[in-house]
Write a protein that binds this ligand. Structure first.
Ligand code: HEM
Length: 561
């Protein structure tokens, strides 16, 4: 009897709890859906909106029309191509697009106009979306530059910025050239005999190993030899494993709990320990070495170590503050994470564009002949002796900028939660675009092909970067956003640009690089996916975070005569 009474009370309690959760869920749904209805009532163009599903059906359309592994960054361009289908009254995308994704994810507002984008990145640098912290947490505990905010971010950004300056990186150029030379030698070993094409291989694997070697060398002066070792180093292995856990957090839908299991947390801890075991001895060695012995050459960490006694006046090189060292390591991890795959994918896309635009490749080679002399083998020595020559290659720079314009790989998402009432405006529009309840997202793929800002937006035209104002090809520079905008732009931009210049210079005249899908399909056998294409291209962006090239970009190379 008594037992029945307890069971009944318990059941009633559970019933009330479930009812409360359901009511809360429905109320939240009502708020989210009404928000979009209210925007529409203000005359703001809105994508077709379902009372039940919000804008999720549009993602359904996108998914249905693309291969299953397509990157979300393709979404912006797909929407721009389908503007009449979703905004029948418009000829081009509105400056701000609202995406009500509740309950699957936080709602987003892709911002397609660069002036509007500057309002949440430059004029007001809003905090990053909470998704960034969720993503970085397993790797860094959020004390790194990518995911921290406020004073902590400001302090460490100013500590690291000098290490990433052009002056400092120029001093490290011989080391960077050495790594790119290993990359070039690797390509040589894969080229066919007598000018023939060699076997197919995944270019991304080679470029990733290169960028890994470079970022670790530039950060702590450690040679990982990722490019020449048969299996990944313990550092790379642990970081790659950690990335899988970071992706799990990012993909867990908001309605569902995170899918991490207790053993996953143990693995995360183990990976962080493995990374620390490699990085800590490097930091300790730097702490013990005399900072003033070699004035010219400073790794990124050398320059940050200068601040050793700024947080704790009792700390010194001999007796470092543990928190300071932990933060150095967290930041190093974020640099290795943020500095490897973005640059590596950009190298792949640069090769792709040069393959598809042989006239541009010829111009690039002609520039290298004229600035570095006719023998490609001399380039390494010339650059090592005179690093500034790297900055006297305007067409090379134009090729890189144009590659990054057509293929941005990451874009900032911010949170307007701390700025109630915050709204955006755009040139030529009388409307205000409120951000309450939406995360403004710099829609780089659409911004960088916006027809109002870029003549012939879809064409690969490096010449636009050399055109003077008044020239029909001249482009408004503010719409170039691959490294984001404002104080939270990419701290590693200069390093990435140096890497891209070096690869362009040391590869273009020595090799032809071509996509090799036929050979790849043959090698893949039944696993081949020849029907997977985006806009008629086998090479398209995949991945859940930053963009990666499909199947690692299968290519073959041949040596030029
Ligand atoms: C082509 C190569 C690269 C591209 C396209 C790129 C792009 C970006 C973008 C779009 C952001 C803003 C992210 C956000 O707001 O959430 C960013 C931030 C960042 N990037 Fe890069 N990046 C590249 C290379 C590098 C390299 C080589 C490093 C080396 C350390 C690096 C380190 C960082 C860091 C630490 C941040 C956070 C900065 C902050 O919030 O203060 N990136 N990058």
């Amino acid at each position: 009897m008594e037992l029945h009474g307890i069971t009944g009370t318990l059941l009633r309690g559970v019933g009330v709890l479930v009812a409360a959760v359901v009511i809360r869920f429905l109320y939240r749904g009502y708020i989210e859906r009404s928000r979009v209805r209210s925007l529409k009532a203000q005359g703001i163009p809105i994508l077709p909106h379902s009372l039940l599903f919000g804008h999720l059906p549009i993602f359904g359309d996108f998914r249905a029309e693309h291969p299953p592994d397509v990157s979300i960054y393709v979404f912006h361009l797909w929407l721009a191509k389908n503007v009449k289908r979703y905004f029948p009254e418009l000829d081009k995308l509105p400056p701000v697009i609202y995406l009500d994704l509740w309950p699957m994810a936080d709602s987003l507002a892709p911002v397609v106009d660069p002036v509007a984008a500057s309002q949440f990145t430059i004029v007001n640098s809003l905090p990053k979306s909470s998704g960034v912290a969720d993503f970085m947490d397993p790797l860094t505990g959020n004390v790194d530059l990518v995911s921290s905010e406020g004073e902590l971010w400001k302090k460490w950004r100013s500590r690291f910025s000098p290490g990433f300056s052009p002056r400092n990186l120029s001093a490290l150029l011989p080391e960077l050239i050495e790594e790119v030379q290993v990359f070039v030698n690797g390509l040589k070993s894969l080229a066919g005999k007598n000018g023939e094409w060699g076997p197919v291989f995944q270019l991304e694997e080679k470029t990733t190993n290169l960028t890994f070697d470079i970022i670790v060398r530039a950060s702590v002066d450690l040679r990982l030899h990722e490019q020449s070792r048969p299996t990944p180093s313990p550092l790379k292995k642990a970081l790659m494993e950690q990335l899988v856990f970071m992706g799990m957090t990012a993909n867990a839908a908001r309605v569902l709990p995170s899918f991490k299991m207790p053993w996953d947390y143990a693995a995360i801890k183990r990976n962080n320990r493995a990374i620390r075991d490699v990085l800590l001895p490097q930091i300790e060695e730097k702490l013990q070495s005399d900072f003033h012995t070699d004035q010219k050459k400073k790794t990124i960490v050398d320059l940050a170590i200068k601040y050793i006694d700024k947080d704790d006046p009792n700390a010194s090189r001999e007796k470092p503050d543990a928190e300071f060292v932990d933060r150095l390591i967290a930041n190093l991890k974020s640099f290795i994470f943020a500095g490897h795959d973005t640059t590596s994918t950009t190298i792949c896309y640069m090769m792709k564009e040069l393959q598809d635009n042989p006239d541009c490749l010829e111009k690039l080679r002609a520039e290298h002949d004229s600035v570095l002399g006719p023998n490609p083998d001399d380039a390494t020595n010339i650059l090592t002796a005179s690093p500034h020559v790297l900055y006297s290659l305007p067409y090379t720079l134009a090729v890189i900028k144009e590659t990054l314009r057509l293929h941005p790989l990451a874009a900032t998402v911010r949170s307007a939660k701390a700025a109630p009432g915050f709204s955006l405006t755009a040139p030529g529009s009388p409307l205000r675009y409120p951000m309450d309840g939406f995360g403004p997202w710099l829609a780089a793929p659409a911004v960088q092909r916006h027809p109002d800002y870029w003549p012939r937006p879809d064409a690969f035209l490096p010449g636009r970067w050399l055109a003077a104002e008044g020239d029909p090809l001249y482009a408004a520079r503010e719409a170039w956003t691959p490294f984001s905008l404002g104080p939270r732009n990419c701290v590693g931009m200069e390093l990435a640009m140096i890497e891209l210049r070096l690869v362009a210079v040391l590869v273009a005249r020595t090799f032809d690089v071509g996509e090799a899908w036929g050979k790849w399909d043959q090698r893949q056998g039944p696993k081949a996916t020849p029907t997977h294409m985006v806009n008629g291209e086998r090479l398209y962006g995949i991945g859940n975070g930053t963009v990666h090239p499909k199947d690692g970009m299968p290519v073959h190379v041949r040596l030029r005569a």
